[in-house]
Design a protein around this ligand. Structure first.
Ligand code: F6P
Length: 545
């Protein structure tokens, strides 16, 4: 991949000028001026309808942004992404989560061997899952497993947890719990809910060194040994890891260790054996459908022209707002309770990937990179933080995601849910002018003085950008496609921002210091820190009792 500082491109200069001319852009009027606006900014890919027309841009903006992608050599970068090139340069690794969902007959020669390895590990996982689900693999005393505890954190937790939650309608007889936080109360609340005799524990850790995961796994293993027996640990504890040695040391039997590959980053790993808890919770056929959906998006991202490419155009919008409008954040609002964990999952996927301030040449960056990601399901979020989006002082581009068909037959509910979904993007764009407010108030029983006083507070500025992602139905396949869409958006942003999206050195320092403080707490040596931390440690220690 070429290292190109985006701010040195001709398109960047053009965009800077263009932005100045667009400062007074009137979104509502733009639909009047351009009757083809919806077509110009909507991309349809089978069951995905992505409408970007309610954004602060013209067709010229789109052209220059797409030109920026070309100038940053995105097309070549996409080729490298689907090859064996070690584009995760700072960790000397390939980035091949797409190989996990590529059918062997569709794999190019460069990735064939990776796809073969992925298939072998998937087959091992599917065989294991099917044995658990059909009852042929049983607990230490011959009972069927009915519960799974996934022990992991970050990418070894968020992806599986989000997908398992999202596909609740597909759950089978095996119930999955997730333990991630090193907070002992998290473990305690989980063990209250489970029967150790019929529970399978999956320790998911690529490195098998993560403090939280090993602490939780040890606590659960010790509890299990006490409640059931130490001899049964081998039958009830399995591992997903690339560190086989450490997993064996922990007490997992060699044949129960499912490999993870170096060429798959934690936050992109739910498609691999990391998704074991998903496969156990929804079955292997549904897990395969999840992979198929992701592959569909992989093909679209690889083959579609940049102008008609969903992840590319979404990424360019992010860059447009982040770097030219100086928007700090992006909000994700799924209109389905099933996707309640999507914002948390995307926080790691996006912020751990693109929260970087050193470019691919190792130099400090003097432009903005990754933005803040937040969100919650609609309609609940309308009653929580929408006030700030509608009338606050910040520009917050929003993704509205919904599904045309609901899972269950409550037409009245679904119609109301969708009415809210459509109404919000309309309201954010149209706003409400002072004239409209006055007209409304005149119809009220308020006195003229009261009307005058109230009027400014009821004005909605409008002109707030939203992208609408309308998908036919939430299924394992469409969910896979949606997640892959965001993965490729992350990649595109990283290429254009000239950063390495696949490392996460920024999380190391906190880990090292936590270990040091843990030792200090044990030995009660509080003085080797800054005054604030020393005082806090002493205060904490004094309260332990
Ligand atoms: O938070 C840093 C991180 O390395 C993530 O990237 C990763 O998903 C998580 O920790 C867990 O790591 P592991 O799977 O090695 O336990």
């Amino acid at each position: 991949m070429k290292n190109i500082n985006p701010t040195t491109t001709t398109s960047w200069e053009t965009l800077k000028e263009h932005y100045k001319n667009l400062k007074d852009f009137d979104l509502k009027q733009s639909f009047v001026k351009n009757p083809n606006r919806v077509d110009n900014f909507t991309i349809i890919n089978d069951d995905f309808y992505v409408d970007m027309s309610k954004n602060l841009l013209t067709t010229s903006t789109k052209d220059v942004l797409t030109q920026l992608a070309r100038e940053c050599d995105l097309e070549k970068a996409i080729e490298s992404y689907y090859s064996d090139q070690p584009i995760n340069v700072t960790e000397y690794r390939e980035v091949l989560h797409t190989a996990l969902r590529t059918p062997l007959d569709k794999a190019n020669d460069k990735i064939k061997s990776y796809v073969k390895d992925a298939l072998a590990s998937k087959e091992k996982m599917f065989a294991y899952v099917n044995e658990i689900l059909d009852g042929s693999r049983t607990t230490h005393d011959g009972q069927p497993f009915d519960t799974v505890v996934n022990i992991g954190i970050g990418g070894s937790d968020l992806g599986p947890m989000m997908v398992y939650t999202a596909l609740e309608a597909y759950h089978n007889q095996v119930k999955v719990h997730f333990v991630s936080n090193v907070d002992g109360d998290h473990v305690e609340e989980t063990l209250k809910k489970i029967n150790p005799e019929t529970t399978l524990f999956i320790i998911v850790s690529k490195s098998f060194t993560t403090q939280e995961t090993l602490t939780n796994a040890t606590t659960l293993r010790d509890w299990f040994s006490k409640e059931v027996s130490t001899d049964a640990v081998g039958k009830h504890f399995i591992a997903v890891s690339s560190n086989v040695e450490r997993a064996i040391e922990f007490g997992v039997e060699k044949e129960n260790i499912f490999p993870m590959f170096d060429w798959v980053g934690g936050r992109f790993s739910l498609w691999s054996t990391v998704g074991m808890s998903i496969a156990l919770g929804i079955g292997t056929a549904n897990f395969q459908a999840l992979l198929d959906g992701a592959h569909e998006m992989d093909v679209h991202f690889r083959d579609a022209k940049l102008d008609d490419n969903i992840p590319v155009q979404l990424a360019l919008l992010t860059i447009w707002y982040n770097n030219f409008f100086k928007a700090e954040s992006e909000v994700i609002i799924p209109y389905t309770q099933y996707l309640q964990q999507l914002p948390a999952y995307l926080q790691q996927a996006i912020m751990e990937s693109n929260g970087k301030s050193i470019d691919r040449d190792g130099k400090p960056i003097d432009y903005q990179t990754g933005n803040l990601i937040w969100g919650a399901p609609g309609t609940n979020s309308q009653h929580a933080f929408f006030q700030l989006i509608h009338q606050g002082t910040k520009l917050i581009p929003a993704h509205f995601i919904a599904f045309a068909k609901a899972k269950y037959n409550h037409p009245d509910h679904h119609q109301k849910l969708m009415a809210n979904f459509f109404a919000q993007t309309e309201a954010l764009m149209n706003g409400m002018s002072m004239d409209q407010v006055k007209e409304d108030l005149e119809k009220s029983k308020l006195t003229e003085k009261e009307q005058k006083l109230l009027a400014p507070f009821k004005v909605f500025e409008g002109n707030k950008p939203t992208t609408t992602i309308l998908i036919d139905e939430l299924t394992p396949k469409s969910l896979g496609k949606l997640i892959a869409m965001y993965e490729h958006k992350i990649f595109t942003e990283g290429v254009i921002w000239n950063i390495y999206s696949y490392d996460q050195w920024g999380v190391q320092l906190g880990k090292v210091l936590a270990d040091r403080i843990n030792d200090d707490l044990k030995s009660k040596k509080f003085n080797g820190h800054d005054a604030s931390t020393t005082a806090l440690l002493k205060r904490f220690d004094s309260k332990l009792g």
